[in-house]
Design a protein around this ligand. Structure first.
Ligand SMILES: Cc1cc2nc3c(=O)[nH]c(=O)nc-3n(C[C@H](O)[C@H](O)[C@H](O)COP(=O)(O)OP(=O)(O)OC[C@H]3O[C@@H](n4cnc5c(N)ncnc54)[C@H](O)[C@@H]3O)c2cc1C
Length: 373
């Protein structure tokens, strides 16, 4: 059995960012690694105009098995972005392979190449010293790695009123073009900025891992609002892009199809036990150093299983989301703007009451919703 310098488990943002930094050495990335189904060639372009063509979009938008309507049939709701026929692979088989038993917690696990970030809104935020105050590291320790990721990933946005919460970022690409409603909101905020700031409200443009110009060979965002239905859109970063690049350059060895169960420390290193995702005998992999990036829940599961510990209760922080529809009556009846972005537009910070802490909101454009109606 080969002894690798490093084994990384998981190809989500955590595992892949580690692989990027360590690439070039003897790095093996073990991953469950499900990939997207084949997508029909004619399912491309702008969703609004696609709907105007006489194509049968039912298999792509709703799904032959009514996948997009899954929330009607299940007691636990699935995020909108994880249901549609070509996106549901992101959480394929997680209940069978990585079950979570909970009545009070809406956990979800991805066993896909690229992890949950295949569906993310791509809003990317640097930690500040305030966020890290309970950690043994501070922002200056992370800054060079953030800078490298900003360059590698390509992040659009501006350093504006939200910089105290998101940090100053030197390498930002131009921001995404705002939809009419977001542009109106921003204009009104700027006009009454002093009032809002005294009330503890600060607004700025979203910082997104979404390209607005060509960057490292990837095309910019096409304002086609396909991101609820089509995975691996070049402009919207997923860690799978980095992994493909590293594998292609021969700087990392990628071994998908393995569900890591546990590890144990052995003389001179670590032995990792994994089972094929399709069932079968367990195999063992050896390394000097092991990095677990299997998502918060599965990383904790692997650590507890390795310690044969099924009594310790670990604290968990859920991040529940509340959604509010925003209507502007004066926009009713206006001509639709089919080439808007569906990605995040604005971020809002509220630093009001001391005992509440910082509250963050995002303003999303409604185009993806119109386009589906
Ligand atoms: C709809 C949606 C929108 C989101 N929007 C944003 C956003 O705008 N901004 C943001 O910052 N975050 C967002 N997130 C959250 C973000 O996607 C996650 O925080 C992030 O993906 C976590 O990264 P990770 O690498 O820790 O784990 P994951 O992305 O969960 O990846 C886990 C990886 O580990 C592998 N794996 C898991 N278990 C095993 C095992 N036992 N053996 C082998 N491999 C294993 C999987 O195959 C996968 O590759 C969003 C999430 C969702 C679902």
């Amino acid at each position: 059995m080969d002894l690798h310098d490093i084994i990384i488990v998981g190809s989500g943002p955590a595992g892949t960012a580690a692989a990027l930094q360590l690439a070039g050495g003897d790095v093996l990335l073990l991953d469950a690694g499900f990939t997207s189904p084949k997508i029909p060639k004619n399912f491309c372009g702008d969703l609004y105009h696609l709907r105007k063509k006489e194509l049968n979009l039912f298999p792509s938008l709703v799904g032959d098995n009514f996948e997009s309507l899954a929330n009607l049939f299940t007691d636990k709701k699935i995020n909108l972005k994880l249901k549609s026929p070509y996106m549901s692979y992101i959480i394929r088989n997680w209940k069978m392979l990585s079950h979570i038993d909970s009545t009070s917690f809406e956990g979800v696990v991805s066993l896909a190449k690229g992890g949950l970030a295949n569906a993310w809104g791509a809003g990317v935020f640097r930690y500040t010293d305030e966020d890290l105050k309970e950690f043994p590291i501070s922002y200056v320790d992370l800054e060079p790695y953030y800078d490298r990721l900003t360059e590698h990933v390509g992040i659009s946005g501006v350093n504006d009123d939200l910089s105290p919460w998101f940090q100053q970022d030197k390498g930002l690409l131009p921001p995404i073009r705002l939809c009419g409603m977001a542009a109106d909101l921003m204009e009104r905020y700027i006009a009454a900025r002093e009032f809002f700031n005294t009330e503890g409200i600060f607004m700025g443009l979203a910082r997104l891992a979404v390209l607005t110009v060509k960057h490292r060979g990837r095309a910019p965002y096409a304002y086609d609002h396909m991101e609820f239905f089509r995975p691996n859109i070049e402009a919207i970063y997923t860690p799978a892009f980095t992994l493909d690049e590293l594998v292609c350059e021969g700087r990392v060895t990628y071994n998908p199809g393995w569900l890591v169960e546990r590890f144990e420390e052995i003389d001179g290193g670590v032995q990792v036990c994994a089972r094929p995702v399709n069932g079968g005998e367990a195999s063992f992999f050896k390394c000097r150093k092991l990095l677990l990036g299997a998502g918060a829940l599965n990383t904790a599961r692997i650590v507890l299983a390795s310690a044969r510990d099924n009594v310790t209760l670990l604290p968990i922080m859920d991040n529940p989301m509340s959604c509010f529809p925003v209507f502007r009556l004066d926009r009713l009846g206006r001509v639709i703007e089919p080439e808007d972005a569906s990605v995040g537009q604005l971020n809002i910070i509220y630093e009001g009451e001391e005992d509440v802490g910082t509250v963050q909101g995002s303003f999303m454009a409604p185009m993806a919703l119109y386009a589906r109606m």
